[in-house]
Design a protein around this ligand. Structure first.
Ligand code: MLT
Ligand code: MN
Ligand code: ZN
Length: 305
């Protein structure tokens, strides 16, 4: 299967439109080595023709125009290779772009019950899209790791687990964690046997998740923050990474320590916040990741498994 990174940035993307953190302002000044990033999404295909889209970022239309794989084929006057959409959670940076895809309704959409609640109540896009050709055809994801297949995408086998994370800031249950607010997904190519572990929002990694990661070939995981106090450090906010549901790379039990346990897996950080020093390709933090064989996802990155 082919994994195409459509958007590797966290909420706001990089550079963020109103941000003067060192990265965003240095990018604009041309100081340091940076690459712009759109907001968090990947797509997966077994045959290069039919794609499963993970999340619909606010940058969806830009991502479609930057990636011919996502553009219409010659099958009719209206066409798309996007066969189904699967939501990792109900964050704005993961969902808003569904509004931009309204002309293609009804879409096949997978999400957990908790994300469905947010997307019909707190941010009711599933409800309002009903006025566009019926809106969405929703299918509920279980969170116990049971294998399932998507009829529109033969050749893929998926498993979903709830992870420690946070419902979005707008969610009625932001401070009342439920199973399924955030998930990790393992996507397997049935023919090649290749398995991707995808978890762009992750607050901690327990033994249950580690076993699933060990059983995967590539780990594409939360790369939001370098330090727990990153938002405070740059005067961007008051919250710690942990308050926002993101495990920082550094510190005890941080993502670098977690990933050190996995020797054979390819390791890729994704959903990178614009404040994260690893975005500067000439930074010591980026050199440290390089020395540990931890990659930093970029828009347009392709992984074959
Ligand atoms: C997050 O990743 O924590 C969210 O995208 C935050 C937000 O929605 O602003
Ligand atoms: Mn986010
Ligand atoms: Zn910034």
């Amino acid at each position: 299967m082919e994994i195409l990174v459509l958007g590797s940035g966290a909420g706001g993307g990089f550079p963020q439109w109103n941000c003067n953190c060192p990265n965003c302002s240095n990018y604009r000044k041309g100081v340091g080595k940076f690459t712009a990033r759109t907001q968090s999404s990947i797509a997966i295909s077994c045959n290069g023709e039919d794609w499963l889209l993970f999340n619909t970022s606010p940058d969806m239309l830009q991502q479609i125009s930057q990636n011919p794989e996502m553009q219409p084929r010659d099958r009719g006057v209206r066409d798309t290779p996007i066969r189904a959409i699967l939501y990792i959670d109900s964050q704005l940076d993961h969902t808003t772009g569904l509004l931009m895809l309204r002309e293609g309704c009804p879409h096949v959409v997978y999400s957990t019950e908790m994300a469905h609640q947010d997307l019909t109540e707190g941010f009711p896009i599933f409800e309002l899209l009903k006025s566009w050709n019926g809106g969405i055809n929703h299918r509920t994801l279980g969170v116990d790791g049971e294998a399932f297949e998507i009829p529109e995408l033969p050749g893929l086998r998926l498993r979903v687990w709830d992870v420690d994370g946070k419902a979005p800031p707008y969610s009625p249950h932001r401070f009342d964690q439920h199973r399924g607010d955030n998930i990790a997904v393992q996507i397997e190519d049935i023919e090649s046997g290749g398995k991707l572990f995808y978890a762009p929002g992750l607050n901690s990694v327990d033994d249950r998740l580690k076993a699933i990661m060990r059983d995967s070939d590539c780990l594409m995981v939360d790369g939001t923050f370098w330090t727990n106090d990153e938002m405070q450090r740059f005067g961007l906010g008051t919250k710690m990474a942990a308050d926002m549901g993101h495990l920082p790379q550094t510190g005890k039990d941080g993502m670098i320590e977690v990933l050190a346990e996995f020797e054979t897996q390819r390791k890729v950080l994704i959903h990178i916040n614009n404040s994260n020093p690893i975005l500067n390709e000439e930074s010591p933090e980026r050199a440290e990741l390089d020395s540990l064989d931890i990659e930093v996802a970029y828009d347009g990155m392709k992984v074959s498994l």
